[in-house]
Design a protein around this ligand. Structure first.
Ligand code: KG4
Ligand code: ZN
Length: 350
């Protein structure tokens, strides 16, 4: 089933064509138009600017996705679009677009939850040189049930996944998301927006034991997260330096901050694995691009003998392929949306 996936929940306009069958979700194309430079001067996403840019970009992005996949609109079997959670004005652009296409072409479509789609990115398989006849072996994908840690700019969620789109929430952040902590700390350090990637690269040359930033592990059993305190700690630390800081200190702060966040993420994920007696962990979402998180999670999982799946960075950050792939499983179950489908911006609308 050829599915077009559209993602416009925050500040990336993304579209992808995914060919789904019993062996997996093969990505034929994935196009992402980032709005990073548009928002960087404001130190965060400006919702009104984001939705206006989505309107400008949605048609060229979809056209590129179809062209890269070597197909026309008429070759598609169905479409999927992010319906929740996200910025309402941004979500509505993708939804209105897909409704228009569906109306004109009588094409079925479904709405998809963005967080569940991130967890589902572990099932994406890259197109093998457009010659799938020759790609005999199905690449390894996780098996249900598994624990998914979804870490991005808007969410930090631990899920117990029992099937495609079937889940139980094990834990979530009580305040800032992990990516938000990276972005806010980067702002405090004068590194621009978004800050995760910059902190990651500065941290590579810093001393991660230089500053003992707090690890909010909450109570012993808790699978919830809290990241607002660490941003304040970095702020307080910088204030104490009065006259500013040199490049070495900047790298040390970045490395120590990153270590504290990653430490909590990995410890909580391991705690969740034990709590539900799982042996497979999936980590996804933009923060899963973090090089230190990838290493530390790898070490912890091999020590505990758990299988770990982290999608390649291009499928960790927002993309249309994860929407198309999860959409396929909903369509396969017979689900169809109609024109009353509406954006559900709130996080509770899973
Ligand atoms: O999943 P995503 O692309 O969008 C949301 O759904 O929010 O995640 C974006 C977040 C941003 O907060 C960004 O700073 C963070 O992912 N991020 C990283 C890295 N790359 C992106 N955080 C830490 N290390 C990275 N390498
Ligand atoms: Zn996301």
């Amino acid at each position: 089933m050829l599915v077009l996936g559209i993602e416009s929940s925050c500040d990336d306009t993304a579209a992808a064509v995914v060919d789904n069958n019993d062996t997996g979700s093969v990505v034929l194309s994935s196009v992402v138009s980032s709005q990073d430079t548009l928002h960087s001067r404001y130190g965060g996403v400006v919702p009104e600017l984001a939705s206006r840019r989505h309107i400008e970009m949605i048609i060229p992005v979809v056209e590129s996705a179809l062209e890269d996949a070597g197909i026309g609109l008429g070759d598609l079997d169905a479409m999927a679009v992010t319906e929740a959670p996200g910025l309402v004005g941004s979500l509505l652009v993708g939804m209105s677009f897909i409704k228009g296409i569906s109306f004109v072409n009588t094409m079925p479509f479904v709405g998809v939850n963005h967080i569940l789609a991130h967890a589902n990115a572990a099932f994406l398989v890259d197109d093998v040189g457009k010659d799938r006849e020759g790609a005999e072996e199905a690449p390894e994908v996780p098996e249900f049930p598994f624990v998914a840690l979804v870490v991005s700019g808007g969410h930090t969620t631990l899920l117990y996944m029992t099937d495609y789109g079937e889940y139980k929430v094990l834990g979530a952040t009580l305040d800032d998301a992990a990516g938000e902590a990276f972005d806010k700390t980067a702002k405090v350090l004068g590194l621009g927006y978004p800050g995760g990637r910059v902190i990651d690269s500065l941290a590579k040359e810093g001393n991660r034991d230089a500053i003992p930033f707090p690890r909010a592990l909450l109570s012993k059993e808790s699978l919830d997260f809290s990241f607002s305190g660490i941003k304040t700690s970095v702020q307080t630390y910088i204030k104490k330096l009065h006259g500013g800081f040199d490049d070495i200190t900047l790298r040390d702060i970045s490395a120590s901050f990153q270590e504290a966040v990653v430490d909590v993420l990995v410890k909580k994920a391991m705690r969740a694995m034990e709590a539900v007696n799982a042996d497979t962990l999936v980590i996804a979402g933009g923060v899963a691009c973090n090089s230190r998180l990838r290493v530390k999670a790898g070490e912890a999982c091999s020590k505990a003998d758990f299988d770990l799946y982290i999608p390649p960075p291009k499928y960790c950050s927002d993309n249309g392929a994860m929407i198309a792939a999860l959409g396929y499983h909903k369509l396969k179950k017979g689900e169809r949306a109609d024109f009353s489908l509406n954006a559900k911006p709130g996080l509770k609308d899973f």
